[in-house]
Design a protein around this ligand. Structure first.
Ligand SMILES: NC(=O)c1ccc[n+]([C@@H]2O[C@H](COP(=O)([O-])OP(=O)(O)OC[C@H]3O[C@@H](n4cnc5c(N)ncnc54)[C@H](OP(=O)(O)O)[C@@H]3O)[C@@H](O)[C@H]2O)c1
Length: 296
């Protein structure tokens, strides 16, 4: 499995396992979570993607209950903060909102460390751009959590280039990635400037919901795309989903797909995507099916 260096101290596996749906699994026992992480590690997938809000602010604790010191040392933990929804520890919030204040970021880091029973977060992301952000306050809070050693690196999620520039302009630490939605079902970032921006700056973006959150396998409107994916999958002896992920891996921006299956058999095959060959014409063939028309 390829690894991607995000700065001098942080390297992630090219494929990342996402834990948004961890609490939706019928089995959230420590043993089952350890089996899921073990299946990832067997394939060289060492990076686990979390967020404070996942599972109604409970998914970090589910992971923490499964982490032995030995296991923790073999993985990188990404987590996120700034979404405050009126559930769990924020049940008293009057309205769902974003909070990028220093007090919230520092408190959220403490919660994440405590719930996951870890002494540092490898990568902390601001989950959503905050239209009420004081970039000086947020930027210095992110610098502060890195300086304290509680967080190794910082980045953002769902940011547009101008949101990134605003925050970065008030920081000493370099933001290392932006986790955005990218897939054959959500391909606008290839042409709306998002991927171009990160490609130009040499920052590999992370791609959430690379299989459209499962819609790739179900939506009636995607039948022709599924046929095209299946043909390539049969030639290369993998599942259709692996081809959809390989479509992202083939792009020169060095995208890191974040996969969210809860199914242990599927987790064991996430790494198949790394073996799939996608040349330029194949890339455009799939893009054509995703667009529903040939390119101009
Ligand atoms: N930064 C953000 O704002 C943000 C937003 C959303 C997600 N994320 C991150 O991205 C990760 C991945 O998101 P995601 O879970 O939506 O990604 P995904 O990998 O695109 O979708 C996973 C879903 O697809 C289903 N699936 C996978 N393979 C399938 C197959 N062969 N047939 C039928 N269904 C299949 C899974 O069901 P099974 O479980 O049954 O396999 C699961 O429900 C999350 O865990 C989270 O870490 C970040």
């Amino acid at each position: 499995m390829d690894r991607v260096k995000l700065n001098d101290t942080l390297e992630l596996s090219r494929l990342v396992y996402g834990m948004w749906r961890l609490g939706d699994d019928a089995d959230t026992s420590a043993g089952h979570i350890q089996n899921k992480i073990g299946a990832c590690l067997d394939q060289g997938i060492t990076t686990m993607d979390q967020a404070d809000i996942y599972g109604g602010y409970e998914a970090e604790e589910i992971l923490g209950n499964a982490l032995t010191p030995e296991l923790r040392n073999r993985i990188e933990i990404v987590t996120k903060c700034d979404i405050v929804a009126p559930v769990g520890r924020y049940a008293d919030a009057k309205v769902k909102h974003y909070d990028t204040s220093r007090a919230h970021i520092l408190a959220s880091v403490e919660h994440s460390l405590r719930l996951m029973k870890i002494d540092h977060i490898d990568l902390l992301l601001i989950h959503r751009p905050d239209p009420f952000m004081d970039h000086f306050e947020t930027g210095s809070a992110l610098d502060e959590v890195v300086a304290s050693g509680k967080v190794r690196a910082v980045g953002v999620s769902n940011f547009r280039p101008w949101d990134w520039d605003l925050l970065q302009s008030a920081m000493t630490t370099k933001l290392v990635t932006n986790q955005i939605e990218i897939s054959l079902l959500h391909h606008a970032p290839f042409t709306n400037g998002d991927i171009a921006f990160h490609q130009m700056h040499g920052q590999p973006p992370m791609a959430w919901s690379p299989l459209g959150g499962g819609a790739l396998f179900q939506d009636e409107s995607l039948a022709s795309l599924r046929t095209a994916l299946t043909a390539i999958a049969q030639e290369q002896d993998v599942d259709m989903g692996a081809v959809a992920v390989a479509w992202l891996l083939a792009h020169p921006a060095r995208i890191l797909p974040v996969l969210g299956t809860n199914n242990l058999d599927r987790i064991k095959r996430i790494g198949d995507a790394a073996q799939v060959q996608i040349d330029r014409e194949t890339w455009f063939d799939l893009y054509t099916h995703a667009l529903g028309r040939e390119v101009a």
